[in-house]
Design a protein around this ligand. Sequence first.
Ligand code: NAD
Ligand code: UD2
Length: 317
Amino acid sequence: MTKSLVTGGAGFIGSHLVETCLAHGHEVIVLDNLSTGKKENLPAGQTGLQFVEGDITDRQILHQIAGAHPDIDYVFHLAALVSVPQAMAEPARAHAVNFDGTLLLMETFRGSALKKFIFASSSAVYGDTKTVPVPETAATQPVSTYGADKLMAEHYLRIYNDAFNLPFVACRFFNVFGERQDPSSPYSGVISIFFDRALACRNGEREPLVIYGDGQQTRDFIYVGDVANALVFLAESGAVRGTVFNLGYGKQTTVAELARKIMKLVGVDCDVEFQEPRAGDIRYSAADISQLHTTQFAFAYSLDQGLQLLWRCLKGM
Ligand code: NAD
Ligand code: UD2
């Protein structure tokens, strides 16, 4: 039986990945410190799923897991301190998790029979690139400590791949959205915030939906179900190793258009307030996904289908 370790498995993307791994017949061990994740995100009482509450920076826990499970096939490494403002406010703390934690995990599996180490990287490695859509070969110039740590981890993965035969795949996620994304922080994903606002508006609250800037900035929004599918596909594809992939749909949507789509789905016409652009906001962002197209992977969803699935879930809550 295939065995997978998912760090950050109780988080937004991680919990979807766990479901996909289980659906593919994997036995799954989740390692999560529940700093932003929740145990309730994981399927309850599921056979083949083991939850370990612990920190990726804890050497002892990593050795315990690797010792108890010498037959782990895949490590999906998603645990991270994901808030960019927090990573800027506390660079050393963020680095300890986002880089040192990743290195510890690589080191734990050096010399093991691991088939692949799959790393959740970010479009943040590019910084404010002028190349849109941006290919993986574009210059990387992160503008945040978060992006710099993700990039440094990619470099180490390549070195471990080449020098120590630890196969890896790194996926640079663009803007991921879907069920279980937490809308509660001002830096939460814009889709979760817009749905939250639109629902409040539907319930008669008068708080406006806020667009920072003129709303013409673009993002490449990708539904979490496709991210989870891609990660498992790239893990299981024997021929794929030592490669970095962009993970987006390769399509740009403006924030204003997104607001319209969400209000239409929810059936409301909320007040929209335009505020000053956010400091450091990137103007245009989209993935060049030619590299992903060299594999047999096919997306199962689209932005509109993902929005509909998310809306169906929120309606039922
Ligand atoms: P999330 O906060 O929901 O998930 C992160 C998970 O990691 C949480 O469950 C958290 O409790 C856990 N965690 C954090 N620090 C830990 C530690 N030291 N030890 C053990 N567990 C720890 O965020 P997410 O959006 O699901 O992000 C998952 C991954 O995807 C992250 O690596 C993030 O950098 C990357 N990513 C996400 C996006 C996006 O659009 N959401 C974009 C680019 C990259
Ligand atoms: C994403 C990541 C961030 C980092 C960054 C790197 C998420 C949630 N954030 O930030 O972690 O990797 O990329 O470039 O994936 N907006 C509004 N109104 C709102 C909220 C947001 O107009 O209420 C705008 C915001 O100013 C931005 C766009 O929507 O122009 C997307 O915002 P976001 O926070 O969802 O994601 P982003 O791309 O800024």
